[in-house]
Design a protein around this ligand. Sequence first.
Ligand SMILES: Nc1nc2c(ncn2[C@@H]2O[C@H](COP(=O)(O)OP(=O)(O)OP(=O)(O)O)[C@@H](O)[C@H]2O)c(=O)[nH]1
Length: 259
Amino acid sequence: MAMKRGLKPLWREHGTRVAWAMGFIGIIATSLWILRVEMAAYMQSNELDLIAASNFNLYALYLIWLIAICFQGSMLFLLITRNARKIEALSTKDFLTGAHNRLGLEKVWQRILDTHETFAVVILDIDHFKKINDTHGHDVGDQILKLVVARTHGVLRQEDKLARFGGEEFVIILPGADVEQAVRFAERVRVAIETDHFQLRDVAISVTASFGVAGQELVGDRGDLYELVRVADEALYHAKGNGRNRVVMAESQMVTAEC
Ligand SMILES: Nc1nc2c(ncn2[C@@H]2O[C@H](COP(=O)(O)OP(=O)(O)OP(=O)(O)O)[C@@H](O)[C@H]2O)c(=O)[nH]1
């Protein structure tokens, strides 16, 4: 099985751990060796002056020991930082689609607040997703979620952020964009999804999505992501109510106070 997978992926997966374990064994072995040489020299000299035992071999051993410890330290550092990065990625990404999850969304939101004066939010909600699940099965529904994310990523700019907000609902943050630009962007995503033939299990499935768009000017506190999402959600509600597969921009008269 190991041969089938090849050694490279195995090394990539376990290499750091193996190197760390070997280094650890090396340090223990070298320490025991040093102890043995020290003891032998001490027994011979029969006195407590260890300088007598410090011959060239012993210094060489000390040096190896020191190098092994430094190597070990750096491997450990590498292991910890690599795992920390993996944990961070796992905790901020949606497992199914690879989009940010809510925690990831809050993190990127903080960064956007620090770096951008303006931004807009788009909510994307797949239409009649329950029917897709009921007709084609939950696993096909999962594939549709992944494909919708892929299509949306195809339209996103690098600085735009996509997060799965729950079920078949996604939030997109567009740093630096005003609400009109965000509407144009949402329209492009809508068309990309509508015109795609989601080919799964030899069946072409038509998928559409509805969008609510809100600009930051509609909320009092520019740092309140959830208020902005709520406002965009109201626009989404109108999009669903008016026949779905459309983009609706939140306007001030549409915005109700949160209960
Ligand atoms: N396959 C799959 N289905 C999910 C997942 N999360 C939520 N769902 C399903 O998504 C469906 C959402 O249904 P609704 O909230 O009624 O929305 P809808 O059918 O899209 O209807 P509208 O939004 O009004 O167009 C439910 O049946 C959930 O079970 C998931 O991760 N995978």
